[in-house]
Design a protein around this ligand. Structure first.
Ligand SMILES: [Zn+2]
Length: 300
């Protein structure tokens, strides 16, 4: 309950907002009218909603936004972003009341958008997760003379923080190098693309001539094999494409998640307190088990 409702039930004698202390903590104040939130809403609402956004009564306000067909940043339905941000605002307020501290409003906003993007990706491509084959398929090594780059991105469901990782191996499964990096708040598709981009750069710098890249994200494959890749709205896709048109052989293939576990492990060891790239010339200890399993399967 908000403080106003607690007062009405004689559970409290302070109806004021614990964040701004300037108005009664009603539901509409909690989600819209509190001063800091107003700044954030103004920053992201579309012009078509702005006229009545701060004047509508709560039920109209909720219905209008939850039934809206507007797209946020031309990609995510606004109703998803709106609902997700309300939930994050509520969690943030609870942190202030029960923990005495909370993330900044800006951080709460990014988290709300990251979640909305995540729901949206799940709706658009539900087959990938729902019908994923339960079988475990081991790592597949490339042909002799070709090096293999496995890449992966990981987005934390709790924090919305995204990390990327990857590793280069020869056809016998020997570790050549690995990398890991925190990239901030983003969705899983962008994380997968960043992993690919950074991996490509490192492989090029290493002087690789024949490269097979393995990703477990089908969407990445679709985007990069599209005949109109030069007009793709995602700039990262265009940058990746320019990179691999250089003088080297690059083949991108999709593999199931189970055969990309080494890259997944690399993404998970990133340090989320810094944006620095972690580069490994020797396999990190966390990778020992998965590398041993991959090499063992090759020798069978
Ligand atoms: Zn307030």
């Amino acid at each position: 309950m908000t403080n106003l409702h607690r007062c009405r039930r004689t559970l409290s004698d302070d109806p004021y907002c614990p964040i701004c202390q300037e108005a009664e903590e009603s539901i509409i104040h909690t989600f819209r009218d509190c001063a800091r939130l107003q700044q954030v809403w103004r920053y992201i609402i579309s012009s078509s909603l702005a006229a009545s956004f701060f004047s509508n009564p709560i039920k109209v306000w909720l219905r209008q936004n939850l039934c809206s067909n507007i797209l946020f940043r031309n990609s995510i339905p606004w109703k998803l972003v709106f609902a997700s941000i309300l939930w994050q605002f509520w969690k943030c307020r609870n942190d202030v009341v029960f923990v005495g501290d909370s993330a900044s409003v800006e951080c709460t906003l990014s988290r709300g958008i990251a979640w909305a993007q995540y729901y949206n990706d799940g709706w658009l491509h539900p087959m990938q997760t729902v019908n994923a084959p339960p079988r475990t398929i081991p790592w597949r090594n490339p042909e002799h003379g070709c090096l293999c780059l496995n890449v992966d991105g990981a987005v934390s469901l709790n924090t919305g923080k995204a990390t990327i990782g990857g590793l280069l191996r020869d056809t016998a499964g020997n570790f050549i190098f690995g990398f890991s990096k925190y990239i901030g708040f983003t969705n899983s598709l962008h994380a997968e693309l960043w992993a690919l981009y950074v991996g490509l750069q490192l492989a090029w710098d290493h002087g690789v001539n024949f490269l097979q890249i393995q990703t477990d994200c089908k969407r990445v494959l679709e985007l990069l094999h599209d005949t109109n890749v030069d007009s793709c709205p995602i700039s990262l896709v265009r940058s990746i494409h320019q990179f691999w048109r250089r003088a080297w052989y690059v083949d991108l293939i999709w593999v199931p998640r189970s055969s990309n576990q080494a890259a997944d492990s690399m993404a998970r060891i990133a340090n989320c307190s810094s944006f620095d790239l972690l580069f490994f010339s020797d396999p990190p200890a966390q990778l020992h088990d998965v590398l041993t399993t991959d090499a063992l399967v090759l020798s069978l």
